[in-house]
Write a protein that binds this ligand. Sequence first.
Ligand code: PLP
Length: 476
Amino acid sequence: METKNYHMTPEQFRIEGKKVIDWIADYYENIEKYPVLSQVKPGEIQASLPLSAPQTGEPFARMMQDIDSKILPGITHWQSPNFYAYFPSNTSFPSILGDLISSGLGVQGMIWATSPVATELETRVLDWLADMMGMPEKFKSTSTGGGVIQDTASTSALTAVIAARERATGFRSNEKGIEKKLTAYISTQTHSSIEKAIKIAGIGRDNLRLIDVDEKFSMRPEQLKKQIQEDKAAGFTPFFICAAIGTTSSNAIDPIAKIGEIAQNENCWLHIDAAMSGTAMLCPEYRHYIKGVELADSYCFNPHKWMFTNFDCDVFWVADREELINSFSILPEYLRNQATESGQVFDYRDWHVQLGRRFRSLKLWFVIRHYGVEGLQFHIRKHIALAQKFTAWVNHSDDFEIFAEPPFNLVCFRHKTGDDFNMQLMNMVNETGKAYFTHTKLNGQVVLRMSIGQTHTEEKHVKATWDLIKKMAKKL
Ligand code: PLP
């Protein structure tokens, strides 16, 4: 006799699952019909939801109706080809399918033994990627280093800061607390996640030095050197430097080779944050920007930003995995197993903060295999070419100006009239729902940002958005 249960049967799953795939395909086909920026007011979505959970289960069809009526209005359509805000967070059908299979398998890959393939596929795919991006051998698992998928670049930053802290204190501060006065170095343009990591890792915000930048918003190495000398003279131990390949605000690139030399001489851990723009290294013509990367201790970039891979997926490479493992390893009795004890396997829970981990390499593997290196290069080059086109249009206009020449796919520009005008213009364009872009402040001035990197963005979209911006500027 069958025991009672409330589960969805495989047959129901098959039927509803196919409808969900159709729904997603329809969504992409119709995405341009929705306002890019969600138009709801704060609290509006909550007001449409019941105050308490249903006592009895509901039919799946009713949930799908609510997806259309309650969920979609609250979506800001990141996958729209007219999404140019913040940074790309693009995805692709192979990635969605890889993620679905990962959900279907539902494995927990915390250690090798809990699903060997979740570890071994990740190791191999990140070695592939290291080769695809021209990374030095030392970052590969076949050498002293290796890669691990973190949820975000923020977690990579925290992981790097902790490993750096441990190395600087002889791997003692995990046990004894921090006995040295450690100082860390970033530029005034570095992403806030590094400051957050410094706070969380117990270094203290007061011990983080913000180094001045040049006219291209890149860190000034001579200022870095000077600050380190001053700190040493004052009894501090400099231990960590972060350099960026593509800052969030303006896509600035720090001089890696010069900073790397200082890091080596001063015995500091060098972390490279290439979260936003690192994907460009798939194309050999941009690799001059990472000249000196062999001097880095760790490096991260986000396939979940600009490599057609669903959030979350940040790639974190280290040059010496032992330093990382010595900082994060902990082995309670209930996780002891033969494979770990044999020393022949990686247990990725020793490579980051959390224990549990999803099978994220599957979606990355699908993306790389679907596009091939050639396909990925093609689309990255296309985005950069679109950014160059947009730059040319701005340069040819009498009313707008380029603020900083874009190295990759982020165009920083402004209307010549002034800050208030630019803010009003941006809000007006965004309120039309036809495009969505955001602003920053550089040298105290409001600057508009067009981040061109969504999967389905074509020249016609960028051109229509430029025309819309000009039209709105005339109306203001
Ligand atoms: N670093 C840079 C340069 C970024 O642009 C971002 C996101 O905008 C981050 C770090 C943080 O990324 P994540 O959301 O993966 O933590």
